[in-house]
Design a protein around this ligand. Structure first.
Ligand code: GLU
Length: 460
């Protein structure tokens, strides 16, 4: 059974690079009827913070990335101890008591000789362990080259000479990333590791650990980084936001997931994917080999497309946090009708909330430019006649409303814009908005009449 994992360190918010890694792992697991594990790598006590863990969980939940299991490295010390003891007993790892001063001197000498700095194995064969002296634990690096296959990079080869007896446990007793990462991947039965290609060298070290443990490594796919417009690795400097900031901007989670997926994956020319399609079409051989540039405008476009496609009642669920008091006091049925009239016009939930506000709250003032352009002295007459006729109209039929407007146009021999625009301004306060008849039908007779009367009183 396929088991993947996302292993964030809670030392910062969940950023889009991390979310994309989570998405790939989640989709690969689900595309193969497998399981997706969330592992919080919180062994760095100084830098890990509970609030970041919470933000990571919240960001993933919001994106519908559901995990089948969750574990916290901070609760797994006993397991690491057990694996470490075994390595030491088997002579595959050893305690190193070298002082900082010795290591610094060693490094200096090696650099002078033109060598890459590396540990010289000084403590490899110690017979007596000094008591009360701090030590780190190092592995005994086997003198064998390191090969592994990567689904994106192909066959990878590292000479063992690029590495040394690297540390797996620090002198304060804490374990190093590569060690806990491998122990957990073994313990959790992880079959595939998908992560950023900044981890390729770590993978070589991790392969060494698998060898020492006598275990088979998982399969790997190291995905390219996301870049900013200037082609350097995407960071805060480029205005990259945490995942939850995109929620605040009014982006739908499915749109963010879709956008991030497409940023490293292609399926022909297809741009817009439903969540089910993402699971159905995902495969490692469709992952892109080259890095992609993050484009905020395209994210907005993808969001726009998803907003258009989403059933209005579902959209209302996402829209609710953006609605103000006035709108929240209306029932769902009314709000859904309102949404339907603007759903294909708004690019974000923030915009949609703004676009439908007038349905819940009469305009307090009227757009001056629109008034200047569309409201003339003669408009009063047109509106007055329309108002009279609307009082007897059937607001549940578009044809009936259309008939009334046409009567007024004919009576004064005017074009639709001369009537429709003033009506639109009277009802919404603005010169742009939904189609006239659909808007009247949603607002209903009483409210339409009230707003037209007020407009006639205030403007003329
Ligand atoms: N905690 C590591 C990170 O956030 C995990 C990397 C991995 O996926 O192995 O970079």
């Amino acid at each position: 059974m396929v088991r993947t994992r996302f292993a964030p360190s809670p030392t910062g918010h969940l950023h889009i690079g991390g979310l994309r890694t989570a998405i790939f792992n989640y989709l690969f697991a689900k595309a193969n009827s497998g399981e997706f594990i969330l592992r919080i790598e919180d062994t760095d006590k100084e830098r890990s913070r509970e609030e970041f863990t919470q933000a990571i969980l919240e960001g993933l939940k919001w994106c519908n990335i559901e995990w089948d299991e969750i574990c916290y490295q901070s609760e797994r010390n006993e397991i690491y101890e057990r694996y470490l003891d075994k390595l030491i007993k088997e002579g595959k790892a050893y305690r190193c008591y070298c002082s900082k001063e010795r290591l610094e001197k060693l490094k200096e000498e090696q650099l002078k000789r033109g060598e890459n700095p590396h540990y010289d194995g000084h403590c490899r064969n110690l017979k007596d362990y000094p008591k009360d002296k701090p030590y780190v634990v190092r592995i005994k690096l086997p003198e064998e080259d390191i090969d592994f296959f990567d689904h994106l990079h192909g066959d990878m080869h590292f000479s063992y000479k690029e590495f040394d007896d690297f540390i797996i446990r620090r002198s304060d007793g804490s374990f190093m990333y590569n060690f806990t990462n491998v122990v957990d991947d073994i313990e959790c039965g992880i079959t595939h590791v998908i992560r950023g290609d900044d981890h390729l060298t770590n993978t070589a070290k991790q392969i060494v650990l698998y060898r020492l443990f006598g275990k088979k490594p998982p399969e790997y796919a190291h995905v390219p980084m996301i870049l900013g417009e200037d082609k350097t690795r995407l960071s805060k400097r480029h205005g990259a936001k945490s995942v939850l900031e995109y929620r605040q901007m009014g982006i739908l989670p499915v749109a963010l997931v879709n956008y991030l997926l497409r940023l490293g994956f292609s399926y022909g020319d297809k741009e817009i994917f439903s969540f089910d399609e993402m699971i159905r079409y995902f495969s490692l051989d469709r992952l892109n080999k080259s890095a992609a540039v993050f484009n905020p405008d395209k994210l907005i476009w993808v969001n726009f497309e998803h907003m258009k496609m989403m059933p209005p009642d579902k959209l209302l669920g996402y829209l609710r946090p953006f609605l103000d008091e006035a709108c929240l006091s209306f029932d769902d049925g009314y709000l859904i009708e309102a949404i339907k009239t603007r759903q294909t016009k708004a690019q974000t939930l923030v915009e949609l909330a703004d676009e439908i506000r007038f349905y819940c709250k009469p305009p307090e003032d009227y757009d001056k430019k629109a008034i200047k352009k569309y409201v003339k002295a003669s408009t009063k007459e047109y509106l007055a006649l329309l108002l009279e006729k609307l009082k007897d109209a059937d607001f549940s039929s578009e044809q009936a409303l259309e008939g009334i407007f046409e009567d007024v146009l004919k009576r004064f021999d005017i074009k639709m814009v001369k009537l429709a625009q003033p009506v639109r301004i009277a009802l919404t306060g603005r010169g742009i908005g939904p189609g006239i008849y659909e808007m009247l039908m949603v607002l209903g007779k009483d409210e339409t009449i009230r707003r037209l009367e007020r407009f006639l009183n205030v403007v003329f």
